[in-house]
Design a protein around this ligand. Structure first.
Ligand SMILES: CC(C)(COP(=O)(O)OP(=O)(O)OC[C@H]1O[C@@H](n2cnc3c(N)ncnc32)[C@H](O)[C@@H]1OP(=O)(O)O)[C@@H](O)C(=O)NCCC(=O)NCCS
Length: 330
């Protein structure tokens, strides 16, 4: 097969429309092949790509061919000292020519300077991806369990639910928001040293993509939080899905009470906005968190493969009784 002349550089705002087009093409092909879904995927909105690239503006890369065409892209983000690689794609007709590997290597060089843990999620169907990641230094960890809750089926339970049991971070004044960010950072770091979810809490507000609900203890300190994403990922989204992007409870807190109050807040808000389904993902390392969500009406829909660099700390490979839900974090 002939090679391809390309170079990798940082992604800039002006790249986003081309990234949207390449991404939709690649993943449409992927869904057709692996999930027998013939419908073309709508493009990710430019607002969504702007959000994704803004979490670490210098950590996103594009591969450009000598004729100027975009031949690959990679996003990454940093949650404190925890780095996340992806989404990632190369146009189908140009795969297998080394573009993907170059993007992985560039991103890892960047993330390794800043992160103590680097991980990713990939689809179980993609053996080739798993091989690529193993050859670039990753090992498989606990999988992610993707869960969904039907708000329609919860309607009875929601009747008369009190939406005021939670604090909305976005609605507080700056001194309170700042203090709460510190408490959110503490909870994140207690789950995994260096993990800091505040970048997502702030991002949801800056981009008007959603809001963060907080549970507080008797002393008024944050003992759990839920980052709710209401903005869609793709154009023409009629799925009725809302994303419980992150849910974490402080260690030592009464997980049942905190989850109860946060989920009530999520349900009531999502229902008011007309959503019908809440989607979340939990690292299977947090078995108790999955059990609690299942007991609250969530159903497990599928799994994703989590991989981490081999140098990751041993707790990544150890079960935890904590409550920490997000698509990727340690
Ligand atoms: C994953 C992806 C970005 C890799 O990009 P790529 O340009 O094809 O990757 P490369 O050409 O650098 O190949 C990387 C390695 O995978 C191997 N590989 C690539 N395609 C393969 C295939 N279809 N079957 C088997 N191996 C394959 C290559 O041989 C290479 O191995 P090597 O480094 O030991 O030589 C690309 O295949 C893609 O966009 N796939 C669909 C979307 C996707 O899966 N994204 C990632 C989600 S986590």
């Amino acid at each position: 097969m002939p090679g391809i002349d390309f170079s990798v550089r940082q992604m800039v705002e002006g790249d986003l429309p081309a990234v949207a087009e390449v991404e939709a093409g690649v993943f449409t092909d992927w869904y057709r092949t692996y999930r027998r879904d013939p419908e073309p995927l709508p493009e990710r909105t430019v607002a969504e790509l702007r959000y994704a690239s803004s979490r670490d503006p210098r950590g996103n890369f594009v591969a450009i061919a000598s004729d100027g065409a975009m031949v690959g892209f990679m996003f990454s983000r940093l949650w404190g000292r925890v780095g996340w690689m992806g989404t990632f794609g190369v146009p189908t007709q140009l795969q297998g020519l080394g573009v993907g590997r170059a993007l992985v290597e560039q991103t890892l060089t960047y993330l390794r300077k800043k992160a103590t843990v680097i991980g990713l999620e990939t689809m179980p169907e993609s053996g080739a991806n798993i091989g690529l990641y193993i050859r670039t230094g990753f090992v498989t960890a606990y999988p992610t369990v993707v869960l969904e809750l039907s708000l329609i089926q919860q309607a009875e339970q929601l009747k008369g639910a009190n939406p005021d049991g939670v604090t909305v971070w976005d609605e507080e004044g700056w001194p309170a928001r700042k203090r709460m960010l510190g408490e959110i950072r503490e909870i994140s770091g207690a789950h995994l040293p260096g993990l800091d979810y505040t970048v997502e809490v702030e991002g949801m507000r800056e981009h008007s993509f959603g809001e963060t609900l907080l549970s507080t203890d008797a002393a008024g300190r944050v003992d759990g939080f839920a980052v709710l994403r209401t903005a869609p990922f793709r154009g023409e989204d009629t799925s009725g899905r809302v994303y419980l992007h992150i849910l974490a409870v402080g260690p030592g807190s009464d997980a049942d009470r905190v989850i109860q109050s946060l989920l009530r807040g999520v349900w009531v808000r999502a229902t008011k906005l007309g959503f019908t389904t809440v989607v979340t993902g939990v690292n299977a390392r947090y078995q108790h968190a999955i059990e609690l969500l299942l007991s609250r009406g969530f159903r497990a829909m599928r799994a994703a493969i989590r991989m981490v660099e081999r140098t990751a700390p041993p707790e990544i490979f150890t079960p935890s009784s904590g409550i920490n839900a997000s698509r990727w974090a340690g």
